[in-house]
Write a protein that binds this ligand. Sequence first.
Ligand SMILES: Nc1ncnc2c1ncn2[C@@H]1O[C@H](COP(=O)(O)OP(=O)(O)OP(=O)(O)O)[C@@H](O)[C@H]1O
Length: 460
Amino acid sequence: MKLARNILLVDDEPSWLRSLAITLNRLVPEAHIDTCVDSRQVENRLAIGDYALVLLDLTMPFHSGETILEMIRTHFPKTRVIIVTGVNEVDTAVRCIKNGAYDYFIKTDNVDVLSRTVRRALEVVGLERNYLRIKESFLSRTLSQPEAFNNILTCEPVLLDQFRYLEAVALSPEPILIYGESGTGKDEFAKSCHQLTSNDAPFINVNLAGINTRAFELHLFGQLTTHDDGQVSAQAGALHQVQSGLLYLNEVGDLPLEAQAKLVDVIEHKQYYPVGSDRPYPVNCKIVASTQHDLLVLNKNGKFRSDLLYRLRSHKIKLPPLRERKLDLSMLINHFIQLAAHDMGLEAPQQPSNLANQLADYQFPGNLHELKGMVFDGVSRSDGVQLNITPFMEAINEQKPEGSHQTDTLNFPKKLPTLAQLSQALIDEAMSRTANNQTAAAQMLGISQSALSRRITKDK
Ligand SMILES: Nc1ncnc2c1ncn2[C@@H]1O[C@H](COP(=O)(O)OP(=O)(O)OP(=O)(O)O)[C@@H](O)[C@H]1O
């Protein structure tokens, strides 16, 4: 995770610079400290290094601290300045604050004051930069890392917006919540977030469905066990294994209330205690959670803690169900045909041109899981040329409301039709249901396309 942490110390006294650098390295170990003893070099150093913070002496040969402060405010507005001053220069330091310095520090102050001020300044710069990045990235219409979304096919504007939103918030230190029905692509979005944030660190997926609090603790925090002989054995939890990668908490809505309280602690304090240990360990990973349930409703029903809800909702992505993504259908069917054919070692069959139209009113309760299953079934049943549409037609028929099923029982009129009439009625129905696609209609009727074509031509 990118945090602002580069600091430049500027002072003409090399011995003071050395001791300040050592102190800060010890007290603020997450910072990267550089030093500069020549006030004429400061502008060049800032131009080549991405400094969040400058600790600036006031009295130096060549350029005074006040002059350098003005240069930094003008040319490097994203860099904050803390004035480091002697007791006799406090008036000047206060004037510097009025001119935009973040704070001042008196050389004789105790080092705890210094480390607190530096930490706070780094946090402020980190938040400012984060906010700016989110704003700039969201306002631009383009993605800077489109390859992170290679696994998510879509041309739906609402999802393309979610790509830009995810790219904008991926580097934020806050967690991200992905909300959508089963099979809407939550896992894929979490993987994209991993690519955007920490591709070379681990991605760990923890399924929280049905987990109890004890199992949650062991799974996430790990355990330290002290044996009778005094030996200690450790079992690493997901938070240890993930390091600075991405922890994906799948189905967070299923977590018991007690375990939710433990998760709030992790997010809030960025640390955790392995079971059996009273030593805290830092949390350095990105946390992405997903849910199929509306957490607001769970919260109203007393099943989801408010503090966890509001922490998770700081960045949230809502994925639409497939029934609201009809623009994507044809492309997704082709994609799954390629996958299925590859997995089965077959030639990829063609998608019937009107298949997506026929599915226009189908609700897809299982979303992409269901579509993928249908396509894999259709490929396995295909004649090698065209995708078999039986699985799709079966699903459409199953979904028809009560009373519209005509397949189970046939209601004949009082006077029975002749065989020829019945056969003609069947052909007409199949052609109408498949929008006149002879191959699809033939599949439906259980005859070859050439046999159907002969019957149609004969009847003309
Ligand atoms: N836009 C997409 N393009 C291509 N494949 C996709 C897309 N979205 C999802 N998939 C595929 O569809 C299947 C279901 O997606 P995924 O597992 O991400 O959904 P989910 O919402 O996490 O489901 P669940 O809630 O069951 O975990 C997966 O095989 C995934 O690779």
